[in-house]
Write a new protein. Structure first.
Length: 319
């Protein structure tokens, strides 16, 4: 069979198709290279943030106050990593943690601390929106009666779930610090206390040992100290505070924060156990800060020493 030569139009069409195909391949390869570069850049930024985080206590005064130099480096690196990987949770919860540290443990002024906490809570809320979108998609598979913890386990792999736990925990911590700048009653009225309660309970359901019982500590103090306001904080129950703190202390009995907060809860709600409270305070007051938590443990040690010098309360907090 003799093949007929292609018409100029057909030849031109095929040429255009080949050019378009080559352009598509080149564009796809370029996008893949860019994606790989973004991921590589995000990984490098995250590593720089983690390295700066380990140096955060450098130059501290031994009582929990440090210069902001190292933590500023961590904040900048985590923000860069979050910008380059907008859907990744790890850079965001680490950024929230770093901003909280800058507000609570550096020599920042009160105005600077407010700015850090405002940024931390905005970052936390943006992270939670990402988590809850995934959760709502998974709700279809696990059913309407599934708990939030069950929905999150369905939405995230076992490898990704620790970042979800960290996101809720550090969001709660950031909002908790934010409330101290506004006042407890204002936090209750604005619904922040309810959020802290919900986030803490969720972390306990997913991983009660996270941060050595951190969510148990938080929830115990909410029950021990918040006012009970109908329709706003009706969940507050003084009788839950001690059992929650006992669970935290059982998870990490040598954690100075667990010792301090257990002692405060005993002083406030079980004055008959004052000897036990004082032993815990003495242990925290004489503790050597752990290298990985030098600033935080120094602040806890100072608070424990201050508490030992104060007279014990004659009555607990009002319900």
């Amino acid at each position: 069979m003799v093949r007929r030569p292609l018409s100029p139009r057909t030849t031109l069409t095929r040429a255009r198709f080949c050019v378009a195909a080559l352009a598509f391949v080149a564009s796809t390869a370029s996008l893949l290279r860019l994606a790989a570069a973004d991921q590589s850049g995000a990984i490098a930024a995250l590593a720089r943030g983690d390295a700066a985080w380990t140096r955060r206590a450098e130059g501290g005064d031994g009582e929990g106050r440090v210069p902001s130099t190292a933590i500023a480096d961590a904040i900048a690196a985590y923000q860069l990593a979050a910008n380059e990987q907008p859907d990744a949770l790890a850079p965001r919860w680490k950024l929230v943690r770093a901003l909280h540290f800058a507000a609570d443990f550096t020599t920042a002024s009160s105005d600077e601390a407010r700015t850090y906490l405002d940024r931390a809570t905005r970052t936390a809320d943006a992270s939670l929106e990402r988590v809850e979108r995934r959760e709502s998609e998974a709700a279809v598979d696990v059913g309407a009666h599934a708990s939030q913890a069950e929905r999150l386990r369905a939405a995230f792999s076992a490898e990704a779930l620790p970042d979800v736990v960290a996101t809720y925990f550090w969001s709660a911590i950031a909002w908790g610090s934010w409330t101290r700048t506004r006042g407890t009653l204002a936090a209750v009225r604005e619904g922040v206390a309810g959020r802290l309660h919900d986030y803490a309970e969720l972390v306990i359901a997913l991983d009660p040992s996270f941060e050595e019982g951190g969510a148990l500590r938080l929830l115990a103090r909410l029950h021990a100290t918040l006012p009970r306001v109908p329709l706003l904080s009706g969940w507050v129950d003084r009788e839950q505070a001690l059992p929650l703190m006992e669970r935290a202390l059982a998870i990490a009995p040598s954690h100075p924060g667990n010792q301090l907060l257990m002692a405060l809860t005993l002083r406030e709600l079980a004055p008959a156990r004052s000897n036990e409270a004082n032993r815990l305070l003495e242990s925290a007051a004489s503790s050597t800060p752990r290298p990985a938590y030098a600033a935080e443990d120094a602040a806890i040690r100072k608070e424990a020493r201050d508490q030992l010098e104060r007279p014990e309360p004659t009555t607990g907090p009002r319900s």
